[in-house]
Design a protein around this ligand. Structure first.
Ligand SMILES: NC(=O)c1ccc[n+]([C@@H]2O[C@H](COP(=O)([O-])OP(=O)(O)OC[C@H]3O[C@@H](n4cnc5c(N)ncnc54)[C@H](OP(=O)(O)O)[C@@H]3O)[C@@H](O)[C@H]2O)c1
Length: 328
């Protein structure tokens, strides 16, 4: 069966993508063939598109770590033709051709039924960014951190993980301090409900210039690492929790053991790629239920294949605001 996909090709060390006609016979082996309706754009997709070998080793390649659609055929009894399903993470879009094609073929264990409480488009407004925001918030909730415990600080706040974290936490009644490199208080405060915005530079100067800072936050959700993550660890309250999922600002972490041994701080790693089906189901259920922010669709923009390349470039430059959903 012929279908269209955004195929990234390598030519003398340079990478470029174009909409190309492929055949489903070219798809990798898998249990479930899915007709994709929507995908979404994440930082990892931008890395794959740019030829980052840590994400995608072999080209030509179809990126897209998220996909939602309808089962065309299934070799296992878990799914049947016509089921609405969702795939995020695992190897999708990394070395297995992903959601920027109109079809994907994947192992059945990667596939979830479309969660209750959301339609296909909304599931991609979340995508991997939303799952990661949800897994991060779950760490706070499981640690017993409640809105009355104080402010939660969120970094990379206009990005995918950050903006959804800000929206969900505000929806749940937490006061959020959003860290951003952009002049974006209209988006973060007026639209998503953050209480305040602080620039990356001011946050680092205030909270990362000494081994410990004044404890001011109940928790932190970090998507960028570097000095911002270090500053969060140094400034959360006694028994505070800081989650860590991303490395937009680097892979470094400059801290001493003081926040851990003097304040009982927990640094909680978040992985949306290989996390268990149980954790995925728990988070997706909450994302379709009590956590679903009213602004979910407002923070996303629908795009077509013709816009894909320019938006991936925007993400690579750290210039994107909110989420992009790709419609096939
Ligand atoms: N562990 C996991 O399972 C998992 C899952 C999803 C994502 N991630 C990782 O999490 C990170 C964020 O992903 P995303 O999809 O949210 O990316 P994104 O949409 O590109 O957002 C990243 C945001 O980080 C901020 N930023 C950009 N450059 C920066 C810099 N040099 N220093 C500090 N902040 C900077 C920007 O927000 P402001 O301008 O508002 O500061 C940007 O919008 C990425 O590293 C991604 O690979 C990990």
């Amino acid at each position: 069966m012929k279908y269209k996909a955004f195929l990234v090709e390598e030519n003398e060390g340079k990478y470029s993508g174009s909409v190309t006609e492929l055949d489903t016979d070219q798809l990798p082996e898998g249990d479930v063939l899915i007709r994709v309706n929507y995908s979404s754009l994440n930082f990892k997709d931008a890395l794959s598109y740019s030829g980052n070998k840590g994400v995608t080793r072999k080209f030509p390649h179809v990126p897209g770590i998220d996909a939602v659609g309808v089962v065309e055929s299934s070799k296992t009894g878990d799914f049947k033709a016509g089921d609405e399903v969702l795939v995020t993470g695992f190897d999708l879009g990394m070395n297995t051709w992903g959601g920027y094609g109109e079809y994907i073929q994947v192992p059945a264990k990667w596939v979830l039924s479309l969660p209750k409480g959301m339609n296909a488009y909304e599931s991609m407004c979340y995508g991997t960014a939303g799952l990661t925001a949800g897994l991060s918030i779950l760490k706070l909730v499981d640690a017993g951190i409640k809105p009355q415990d104080g402010t939660v600080v969120v970094s990379g706040a206009t990005g995918g993980v950050g903006s959804i974290s800000v929206a969900i936490l505000s929806h749940l009644g937490y006061d959020v301090l959003a860290i951003s490199g952009k002049d974006a208080s209209d988006f973060l405060v007026d639209q998503l409900g953050a209480k305040q915005v602080i620039s990356r530079q001011e946050f680092e100067e205030k909270y990362n210039s000494r081994p410990m800072a004044k404890p001011e936050f109940a928790a932190g959700i970090d998507a960028v690492a570097g000095g911002i993550l270090s500053g969060m660890i140094k400034s959360v309250n006694y028994n505070g929790v800081v989650t860590c999922c991303g490395m937009v600002a680097g892979v470094g972490l400059d801290t001493s053991i003081f926040p851990f041994i003097l304040r009982g701080v927990t640094l909680a790693g978040v992985d949306s790629v290989e996390c268990s089906i149980e954790d995925r189901q728990r988070v997706w259920k909450a994302l379709g239920g009590e956590w679903k922010p009213n602004v979910l669709t407002d923070l996303a923009h629908e795009i077509g294949m013709s816009d894909l390349e320019s938006k991936l470039k925007q993400i690579l430059q750290g210039q994107a605001k909110g989420r992009y959903v790709l419609k096939h």
